[in-house]
Design a protein around this ligand. Structure first.
Ligand code: MRU
Length: 353
């Protein structure tokens, strides 16, 4: 396994278990955690050893297979009852990224629709998880290439600002927002990436910057509060971010800080793109106000490393995501092409720009 960002695969099926890049240890250590049971997979998703919407979808799909493998009955009905429990345990890990629920639903559908005995069904579930894994890499490459078609034509080499990590580490490989960056880099259309550090968990500093350095993409790290100043100085040609859940009207939940970035981009006339697979669109939700927002432990705010950074007696609020209204989004780039957020309809996805 190479540490080249071209070949970063955060979720790997290896013989009889899953290997996850331990994203909590990057950038100082590039190590893998071995996952052999569904409970450990649920814990890995919760503790963000694996994170990023498409990556947790892939991880959950393997979690479903690992759970299926643990079920001892040969009775199909009883097997499906127990598999529903595995699905519920995995659903309870993180609430916002819809890819998690999408992948679990796809695995359950496979189980219900498969003919044959329980052992055959387990084999089919493994194949489905592997398919979800492989498809996501192709999807990201398509997103990257579609992004190239809508990025500003000028200047010839763009400076792109991104938030959080929507790279290879956040997907099965290649990335969504960083997929667009990678495609731009390969086509000689990229001058530089500006990476927001992304408080409080620092995915931009720790993960996006790492991926760029691995691939030789010039990257400048800024704190989140510097984005407006950089745009005012004319340093940024476009913003490209990922998504955790997109409502039917195009409102987009992504890492906390994305909304303020979109407001700042609008104020400075900088195009703001969301790059995500169609599996991130939740057509059952009419608008972003219905998207559940994860709240995480306050220690992510009051502690930096081992250091407590505020006095006792303070209260905390730690939402992990925010919702950017569709009106602030220039286009949503999917594997099918780029559409204006209001035109994002399951049946009309082929209406690309
Ligand atoms: O809390 P995280 O690190 O899982 O949040 C990740 C993001 O917000 C990403 O931008 C999003 O999942 C898209 S990943 C292709």
């Amino acid at each position: 396994m190479s540490s080249s960002a071209n070949q970063v695969y955060p979720v790997i099926w290896n013989a009889d278990r899953v290997l996850l890049i331990d994203q909590n240890r990057l950038p100082t250590e590039y190590t893998f955690v071995e996952i052999s049971c569904s409970q450990d997979m649920a814990q890995a998703i919760k503790t963000m050893i694996v994170r990023g919407a498409p990556a947790i979808g892939v991880a959950a799909a393997y979690g479903m297979y690992l759970g299926a493998r643990e079920i001892e009955t040969q009775d199909r009905h009883e097997f499906l009852t127990q598999l529903e429990k595995v699905a519920q345990m995995l659903r309870e890990t993180r609430p916002t990224a819809v890819n998690l629920f999408w992948a679990i639903a796809r695995m359950l559908k496979t189980a219900y629709e498969s003919l044959g005995g329980v052992e055959e069904l387990k084999t089919t579930l493994l194949k489905t998880a592997q398919t979800i894994n492989a498809e996501d890499i192709q999807t990201c490459q398509a997103i990257g290439d579609n992004g190239l078609k809508v990025l500003p034509a000028n200047p010839a080499k763009l400076t792109i600002l991104t938030h959080c990590n929507a790279g290879a580490l956040a997907t099965a490989g290649y990335g969504t927002a960083l997929g667009v960056v990678r495609s731009a880099w390969r086509e000689n259309r990229l001058a530089r990436v500006y990476a927001d550090e992304t408080r409080p968990r620092l995915q931009g500093a720790k993960l996006t910057a790492w991926e760029c350095v691995q691939e030789g993409i010039p990257v400048t790290l800024i704190t989140d509060s510097m984005a407006a100043h950089c745009m005012k100085q004319g340093l940024i040609d476009a913003v490209v971010v990922g998504a955790d859940r997109i409502a039917a009207n195009g409102d987009t939940a992504n890492k906390i800080g994305t909304y303020s970035l979109a407001l700042v981009a609008k104020a400075h006339n900088v195009p703001f793109f969301v790059a995500a697979p169609l599996s991130t669109v939740d057509f059952e939700l009419a608008s972003g106000s219905q998207i559940p927002i994860e709240e995480r432990h306050p220690s992510e705010i009051y502690q930096v490393g081992d250091t407590i950074i505020c006095p006792t007696g303070v209260e905390f609020y730690n939402p992990a995501f925010d919702v950017t209204p569709a009106s602030l989004i220039t286009a949503i780039i999917t594997e099918y092409g780029a559409v204006a957020p209001g035109e994002l309809k399951q049946t009309q996805i082929e209406q690309v720009v």
